[in-house]
Structure formats: C-alpha cells, structure tokens
Design a binder for this molecule. Sequence first.
Ligand code: AMP
Length: 282
Amino acid sequence: MRVIHSVRNLHSWRNKKELLEGTIGFVPTMGALHDGHLSLMQRARKHCRTVVVSVFVNPLQFGETEDLGRYPRSFHADRRLCREAGVDLLFAPPPEEFYPENFQTTVRVNSLTQRWEGEARPTHFQGVTTVVTKLFCLVRPHRAYFGQKDYQQCLVVNQLIHDLNLDMRMIRCPTVRESDGLAVSSRNQYLSAHQRVQAGLLSKALRQGRDAIRTGIRNVRTIQARMEKILGNNSDVHMEYLAICDSKNLEPLTQLRGTVVILGAVRLGTIRLIDNLLVRCP
Ligand code: AMP
C-alpha cells in the first residue's frame, strides 16, 4: 500500500493511472477508522481494480462550537487497517496542504442541505461538498463509496455528482451496527458507559417506526408518537428530530407511499448521534 500526503504526489500517481485499465474506487473518511469504514473499503475492494482511501479531518465541515479539536485521530491504526483491507493508496494530506492560506472556493448544494442536519449544523454540508469536490478532482474515481448512516450526505453528494456532470457513481453502502442496533460511529467512543446504553434508544425508536409502517399504520402522527415515546421517557437523551420523509428530497411526509426514510438525531450531553432507516411501504 502506498501512502501519499501531498497533493502534488497524488496528481502524479493519478496521471500514471490514466494509462492503465480498471476501475478506481474511492472511500473518503475522516479517519478513526471502524467497522463502518471497513465495510466501504471491502465493498470497493470487491468491485474495483484500485482502491483509494482518504483520511482527512476536514475543518470546513465543523461548526465553530463543534468538536474539531477533539475529533479522534489515529493515523497509525488507520494505516494498518487500510493495509489489512487491501487498500492500494492512502491519501492523508495535512490541512495546510489541502487548504493553503489563500483558499477561497466553496461548493454548495442548495435545497437538499436546508433541513435536518443542515438546520442543526448550518455550515456543515458546504464543508462536506467542498472537500468531496476537491477529493473527487484529485482522485478522479469511477466509484465513490459512502455509508447510508449519513443518508442526507449521500443524497447531497449524489446531487453534486449529477449537477457537476462528474463521470462517476456514488455507491451507498448499508449502515454497520453494534449488537443493540447503535450505528457504529467514531463519536461513539466519547459516550460514557451509561450514555452508551441510552444511545441504543435512537435505533430502537427508528425500528419502532419501521415496524409500525410495516404493520400497516399510515397515520404519520401515530407513528411519530410511538417513536418519540421511546426517547421521551429518557431525560439523558435529547431528541433533535425524528422525521418520516420522502427518501429522495427529504421533505417530511403527511401521506406514506413508496420508499420513505425515517431520519433521527439525538444529543447525549455534548455528543450528537444521527441514524436513519429506509422503509418500503407495503
Ligand atoms: P466519516 O469518517 O465519519 O466522515 O465517515 C466516512 C464514511 O464512512 C461516510 O461515507 C460515512 O457515511 C461512512 N460510515 C460511517 N459510519 C458508518 C457505519 N456505521 N456504517 C456504514 N458506513 C459508515
């Protein structure tokens, strides 16, 4: 496995690849790699000749009051995990290399970023779309692998690929979960033992919503109330949103049909967790 830290070396690596056949699969990450990231790498490894992973804690996607400074960083462990997963190239630029002093360009996707995570974290998505665009320009992958865990992000990246006519596909991969249903996340390591138990309630609430839809309940308020009851009994878990939405544009639904997505975000102390489930209305 090759490790590249500089943009210049990445350019020359990519230009050499130009001459070769085969699909380049790309997994962008912020490091502190876990089983969720690993599942994306495995999927890429299965379908692509060359697998590229980036590890970059992107300052642009953190709000001023958010956890950039204490976001977990574990480069040596990440490098080992990538090597073991059969990754061909690990790109890990230092922030000053990636965003030099006079950097002044922003890429923004409009309507899809307004609600939910965009409302809670107003500068988040433009940080994501800016970094992702830069990474796509550098790596020029044929396929990029993203996790369904960040469902809104998947839609936003898809929109960006479409709007900018990028010649590549985004592959959305299933959410990897702990045994109690909690979505694996780099932020889970901040949870105290007590919070860790409570954190399982978010996926429990989503499953409750999914089961209600599957058993034929169509009244959104009834489903919503059932989900909220699971979180509402608990003073340690602060619910930010729980919503049943159109799976393509994320508008909240009043009538359920087709495939819907149940989106949820909670806060435990200072830790924010998000999750979602896609449900096909029978
Ligand atoms: P992050 O390092 O948190 O920016 O995540 C990098 C990629 O891994 C994103 O596409 C995430 O959606 C994906 N990811 C994070 N957690 C999971 C998970 N539990 N299951 C599947 N994919 C995940």
